[in-house]
Design a protein around this ligand. Structure first.
Ligand code: AMP
Length: 609
């Protein structure tokens, strides 16, 4: 097969035989999407025929789609939670999967305020690895010469815990970075990182970030791409540089290592990296001490061809800030994945963020699609559509059946079909269902926000004051970003006993205490979310908001106060009515692992208006 025509790249054939093989694989999978899907389903059902779960539906060892579709229900995490809990408690019988559960992956989605636990099996690592191995061959079609330099990627592990039954519970990327697949990956000239494994694998996030940044600075001329998993992670790295450049410069000038780097494996590795380079130190000092940090990425790493960060979905809110720091470098969104399953990749990674479509790889799992009609309550599994049968322009909710033992599981993502690559559909990520606010990996839904407002407003009772209306906004013009909640208050007595600034500050904290554990972990351990802010608006503001919506065509009968806003004129209206602003005075409670903060000090910084 002629591989150079595979991805309609303007740049011609694959750069090496390894890439050609990867591209052939993509081609083969996408050409035969439906047949691959049938095989995947049969394989999953065959091997798991004796599981408690499948047996409970009288499945009788069937492996065909029709029986599967007629007998197996569509489920959510909550439906599976009792079974997952049994596995977590140490039940090793084949409950969901015939293969032993090797660990739990902690999703950033929450259930009852806590992270979801996704059971996984060992061989899933191979599948994830396979998807990763396709990314650079595609990128090499669009960007030439990536073998002539390195990637500065800020990658981190997070704390892990053990379930009562002794299985590890940790984020999927922590699991991957700690695996032999990653640690002993073969040398690939097109995929060399500036960060040594020791720096990525250091559990202390300050030392990890510091050493990765130091390596990136030493190798500034070689860096051809700069990245992190999500846009928020790259911005945290820039903020880290703002806070710590003096110490980094000192190390570079003297060739010594900051005594804050205490981890023995980091020290041993970094001692081989540091060397006195006064010229470089002067340069970094000159750039970082300037008041204006616009284009700092291209000033420090002048050969950067693109940023490798996901800016689709909730991360789109960071595009203006990334453009500010990078002078508008292309932003490559390479893949679409979750703790439950890695889904697919972007075959045109240098396209604009608004045009990103992910091609779901049919070998990764069995995929079905629930037509998404916002006000429909007909969530019957009979309406599920197969991968090869989705229609261009329509929106669907993603439903997966995985090798690890999730059957017709609702991921919660809404996708829109934009086209096909061969017979495999391509999807734009539209949004996550029910997520109102997100800054980093946190996801806050309407019910959680409502509960938080209710909890905080209890503090106003003694002042005879209530919250009559509220809405929210994810403010990403600060680093880290933070939640802003607009409150319209009603005081019911005229005695002048209104809530003071410190009471409203306590309201901010009470809201944070009420939010889910991922939010609180981002706030406390990762410092990737700043203190929550309440902006009190004048009486009548929400009525004005309604008038505005009606003037733009909303129906007066059906009007509902939006619980989250982002449309500029509405923001301007709200902000013009603000009478006071209040920030959470301290960190909410979070049961910590062991790690230190990346950016010590809780202050947030305004980057742009
Ligand atoms: P987690 O299970 O915590 O890894 O979160 C997975 C979720 O992150 C997915 O279900 C999506 O909602 C979101 N996500 C992952 N990759 C992308 C992407 N490329 N674009 C937009 N959202 C994404």
């Amino acid at each position: 097969m002629a591989v150079d025509s595979i991805l309609s790249s303007p740049l011609g054939p694959p750069v090496c035989e390894k890439d050609a093989k990867a591209l052939r694989f993509i081609e083969e999978m996408t050409r035969n999407a439906d047949a691959v899907q049938a095989n995947v389903l049969a394989e999953i059902l065959t091997r798991n025929a004796q599981t408690e779960y499948l047996k409970s539906f009288d499945f009788d060892g069937a492996t065909d789609r029709e029986t599967f579709k007629s007998k197996i229900p569509m489920v959510t995490y909550e439906d599976l939670q009792p079974l997952i809990q049994r596995i977590a408690n140490g039940d090793r019988s084949p409950i969901l999967s015939a293969h032993p559960v090797s660990e739990f992956l902690t999703s950033s989605g929450t259930s009852a305020g806590e992270r979801k636990l996704m059971p996984t099996i060992k061989e899933e690592l191979d599948r994830r690895q396979l998807l990763y191995s396709l990314l650079m061959p595609v990128m090499n079609l669009y960007v030439k010469g990536l073998d002539k330099g390195k990637g500065l990627y800020f990658l981190f592990i997070k704390s892990e815990t053990k379930t009562p039954g002794g299985l590890l519970a940790r984020p999927v990327l922590t699991s991957y970075y700690k695996s032999e697949h990653f640690k002993t990956r073969p040398y690939d000239p097109y995929n060399v990182y500036t960060s040594p494994n020791e720096a990525i694998l250091c559990p202390d996030s300050f030392q990890s970030m510091y050493s990765q940044m130091l390596c990136g600075l030493y190798e500034r001329e070689q860096v051809l791409r700069v990245g992190a998993v999500f846009a928020s992670g790259l911005l945290r790295a820039i903020r880290f540089l703002q806070l710590n450049w003096q110490e980094l410069v000192e190390d570079i000038r003297t060739g010594s290592l900051n005594p804050k780097l205490t981890d023995p494996s980091i020290r041993e590795c970094m001692i081989r990296v540091v060397r006195p380079d006064p010229y470089l130190a002067d340069f970094i000092e000159k750039e970082c001490s300037k008041e204006n940090w616009e284009r700092i990425i291209t000033r420090i790493w002048p050969n950067t061809k693109y940023l490798d960060v996901i800016v689709t979905g909730a991360m789109a809110q960071y595009i203006p800030t990334l453009d500010y720091y990078s002078g508008g470098l292309p932003k490559a969104c390479t893949m679409y994945a979750s703790s439950e399953c890695y889904f697919g990749l972007n075959l045109n990674p240098m396209c604009k963020p608004s045009e990103v479509s992910y091609t779901i790889m049919p070998n990764m799992a069995y995929f079905e699609f629930l037509p998404h009609e916002p006000n429909s309550t007909r969530d019957s599994p009979s309406r599920l559509v197969d991968l090869a049968d989705v229609e261009i322009g329509k929106e669907y909710e993603l439903v997966i059946t995985t090798y690890a033992g999730l059957y017709r599981y609702r991921v919660g993502d809404i996708l829109r079909v934009t086209g096909f690559h061969n017979s495999a559909p391509q999807f734009q990520f539209v949004r996550r269902k029910n997520v109102l606010l997100s800054i980093d990996s946190d996801k806050t839904d309407e019910a959680e926000l409502q509960a938080a407002v209710e909890r905080a407003s209890k503090l106003l009772r003694e002042f005879n004051t209530s919250v009559v209306e509220y809405t929210s906004y994810a403010d990403t013009t600060t680093i880290p970003g933070h939640y802003v909640i607009y409150w319209e208050l009603l005081g019911k007595d005229d005695s002048g006993n209104s809530p003071s600034d410190s009471v409203l500050e306590q309201c901010c904290l009470a809201m944070e205490e009420s939010l889910n554990s991922v939010y609180r972990q981002c706030r406390v351990a990762d410092n990737s979310i700043g203190p929550l802010e309440i902006r009190v608006v004048t009486n009548g503001t929400f009525e004005e908001l309604m008038d505005y919506a009606i003037s733009r065509g909303a129906s007066i009968n059906q009007y509902k106060v939006p619980r989250c806003v982002s449309f500029t004129p509405i923001m301007e209206l709200l902000d013009s009515r603000v009478v006071s602003t209040h920030f959470s005075p301290s960190l909410p409670h979070w049961k910590s692992g062991t790690r230190n903060d990346v950016a010590r000090g809780g202050e947030i910084k305004k980057i742009r208006e």
